[in-house]
Design a protein around this ligand. Sequence first.
Ligand SMILES: Nc1ncnc2c1ncn2[C@@H]1O[C@H](COP(=O)(O)OP(=O)(O)OP(=O)(O)O)[C@@H](O)[C@H]1O
Ligand SMILES: [Mg+2]
Length: 247
Amino acid sequence: MTNIRICELSVNFGGLAAINKMSLEIESGDRHAIIGPNGAGKTTLLKSINGQLSDIKGTIFLGKQEITNLPIQSRTKLGLGCTFQHNNLFSDLTVIENIYIALQNRLGIANHLSPKQSILTSMVSESHQLLDTFGLSMVKNQVTDTLSYGQQRVLDLAIAIAMNPKALLLDEPTAGMSVLETTNMIQIIEKLPDTVTLVLVEHDMNVVFEIAKHITVLHNGKIIGQGTPAEIRNNSIVREYYLGNKK
Ligand SMILES: Nc1ncnc2c1ncn2[C@@H]1O[C@H](COP(=O)(O)OP(=O)(O)OP(=O)(O)O)[C@@H](O)[C@H]1O
Ligand SMILES: [Mg+2]
């Protein structure tokens, strides 16, 4: 079943066509990587799906629901999550407080003065499960600002998952990370529930080939190749434009 369907998407910045009449279908539960050189339009594509860009042409569906012109919050409610290169953490709150805020939003109790005890109990238990799954238990009471960059990106991902997304957009989740942090991030992404459709923008080909089931290659706002990792490795156009001599 298709989870994200993009039809004839065009995004222009002044005279520049960042996305040029692009159509793309991503199946439910896919691990779909978007690759391409700097400026290819990868982030613009994710921002179009996420609702950060207002002036776009074409249509975007999440499941059966058209989301092209919906505000970001409505897309979040429909099950669209994302982490971008610059995270949206509350940097002066602790790790667990950041997770509580996400869970309170999802559970609809953020503005309740006295939520039911049973809801609070299950929220606390879920927050501990998340901390455990994402390897953050040891730092749960640390102010977020004091975490390493890698830990902050892991927390950002934990918060996105706390919202129970059907589809999750990840823009360069390992950018700027050490080798150890990258390995940890790959393991975490691989353990995400397979019901969640992942759309992953990534420059690190090791990460892409490790995680992706399907790959779409962009160049100048257009798709120049699509296929499984094995097909992409052997696609001569992709190799010429992007992979160079990498095998
Ligand atoms: N807000 C903006 N205003 C003007 N031009 C923009 C804007 N955002 C992106 N662009 C331009 O659109 C093109 C696509 O940018 P985009 O950020 O989508 O590329 P990208 O594939 O994500 O690149 P990178 O790998 O460097 O992150 C680039 O030429 C970029 O300079
Ligand atoms: Mg980008």
